[in-house]
Design a protein around this ligand. Structure first.
Ligand SMILES: *Cc1c(COP(=O)(O)O)cnc(C)c1O
Length: 219
């Protein structure tokens, strides 16, 4: 990796941080989505000062981060992809926040894994705001029930909501819906907004924006 590339990544990062600061006060936290990125770019992002990263697969995240944990104790790793119950223990061991809780079976598996590991990992609930059949996330109508089960029955620390709006629709109404649901349930965290719409998400109250390609370049 040349110095030019490191400079480019640092510059993109500071431009995005400036845009977020313009869009909202306080600005959302920038979650750098490092899935599929080569080590050189991850190193460049760390060198630029980035510490909060999102990954969508447990195994890839282990490869990226297990060795780097010791070197960067202030890292915050967020799971933003779908999680299978048989990976719950691995996810609990690695991640600092799990953003994709979307069903009771997974809530139960996570609670069990956290108890076993003696580690309490905060979670966000993923909401399928577009009610797309192929997409992960609890339907808006199912949120109250899942929240009661996860926080009440399972004792999970549910801190917020996350969504991925349909690609072929304006994102604004989905961000507004997620913000409304979070407010109704007294949840402070709102993970929404990606490369194409992070400034809009910030205006709708996002606390975390998940940015991959706009930060690292095309995957
Ligand atoms: C890949 C991914 C992102 C980042 O997408 P970009 O469009 O590259 O910014 C954000 N959220 C989730 C859940 C993802 O899987």
């Amino acid at each position: 990796m040349t110095d030019t590339v490191s400079l480019t990544l640092a510059k993109r990062r500071s431009e995005i941080l400036a845009e977020l600061a313009d869009a909202a006060t306080p600005p959302p936290v920038l979650v750098a989505v490092s899935k599929t990125q080569p080590d050189e770019k991850i190193e460049a992002m760390l060198a630029a000062g980035q510490r909060v990263f999102g990954e969508n697969r447990v195994q890839e995240a282990q490869a990226h981060w297990t060795g780097r944990r010791a070197q960067f104790p202030d890292l915050e790793l967020r799971l933003i992809g779908p999680l299978q119950t048989n990976k719950a223990e691995d996810a609990v061991a690695l991640f600092d926040v799990i953003e994709t809780l979307d069903r009771e079976k997974l809530a139960r598996a996570l609670a069990k894994a956290m108890e076993k590991a003696g580690r309490n990992v905060p979670v966000f609930i993923q909401v399928n705001t577009g009610e797309e059949p192929q997409k992960a996330g609890v339907l808006p109508d199912g949120l109250a029930g899942l929240l009661a089960f996860a926080a009440g029955d399972c004792g999970l620390d549910v801190q917020g909501l996350m969504c991925i709006p349909p690609v072929d629709e304006p994102a604004g109404p989905h961000f507004a819906l997620l913000a409304k649901l979070a407010k109704r349930h007294g949840l402070a965290g709102l993970s929404m907004g990606m490369s194409s719409d992070y400034a809009l998400a910030a205006q709708f109250g996002a606390t975390h924006v998940r940015i991959g390609s706009a930060l690292f370049g095309a995957r």
